[in-house]
Design a protein around this ligand. Structure first.
Ligand SMILES: Nc1ncnc2c1ncn2[C@@H]1O[C@H](COP(=O)(O)OP(=O)(O)O)[C@@H](O)[C@H]1O
Ligand SMILES: [Mg+2]
Length: 211
């Protein structure tokens, strides 16, 4: 299946979430994963090359690609079968190259935070996505939530987003997120990320048991 991690807002946590989910699927769920890094900064691809240089084992392949490369890759992805293809998208919406990517997605994961600017870009992203792929499963992940802050708009925002998709439990704002790389997730993060990834996995990724 094809999962895209998107939101037009930079810094929402797309690349971080892509890495964490890739690690989780491989290490916990024993799934075969390929990551396609379409972010301009290619932060995941860079981490991957660095990990390779240090001779760490490669738990999955990371392919650096641009939106223009996608149509040529699409057919292969359709036949990905049991494999999970994760696509880290660039933070923009004004590129026709996104259309085939949006169209081929089975699931879209959208990290966001509870500030007004993030909400607006999250809604805009969702509207464009739905227009191109009305059937796609969509799930929102509140990210970088600070323990000591009361988010006045949280209930209201969740209510609006639930009209478009599902909203997972929140991911806290913690420094150890910044140590995530392509061969491991910091152990200290597991209790924080597990509830989020379990819900996403059970609801959207796990194959229903065949009778
Ligand atoms: N929950 C979190 N807690 C702390 N830092 C985070 C968290 N999520 C992301 N970050 C950091 O925020 C920055 C932006 O995240 P990133 O995943 O690169 O966003 P995007 O890919 O959407 O631009 C990175 O330095 C990342 O390590
Ligand atoms: Mg990124």
């Amino acid at each position: 299946m094809v999962i895209i991690i998107g939101n037009q807002k930079g810094g929402a946590g797309k690349s971080t979430l892509t890495l964490l989910l890739a690690n989780y699927l491989v290490q916990v769920k024993k799934r075969k994963v390929t990551v396609i890094d379409m972010d301009y900064q290619q932060s995941i691809a860079q981490k991957f090359e660095k990990a390779k240089l240090l001779e760490n084992p490669e738990p999955y392949e990371v392919i650096a690609a641009s939106l223009d490369d996608y149509p040529a890759m699409e057919d292969l992805l359709y036949n990905s079968g049991e494999q999970v293809v994760l696509i880290d998208l660039p933070g923009k919406l004004d590129d026709d190259g996104l259309i085939p990517v949006f169209r081929s997605a089975n699931l879209v994961i959208c990290p966001f935070s509870y500030d007004e600017f993030s909400f607006n870009s999250t809604i805009l992203f969702s509207v464009v996505l739905r227009k191109i792929n009305p059937e796609v499963m969509l799930t929102y992940v509140p990210n970088r939530i600070k323990a000591n802050v009361r988010y006045e708009t949280q209930l209201e925002v969740d209510e609006q987003l639930q009209k478009l998709g599902s909203v997972t439990p929140v991911l806290p704002d913690r420094i150890d997120f910044q140590r995530t790389n392509t061969f491991q997730t910091p152990l200290s993060l597991i209790p924080a990320i597990r509830p989020v990834f379990e819900i996403i996995y059970q609801n959207h990724i796990a194959k229903p048991a065949t009778p």
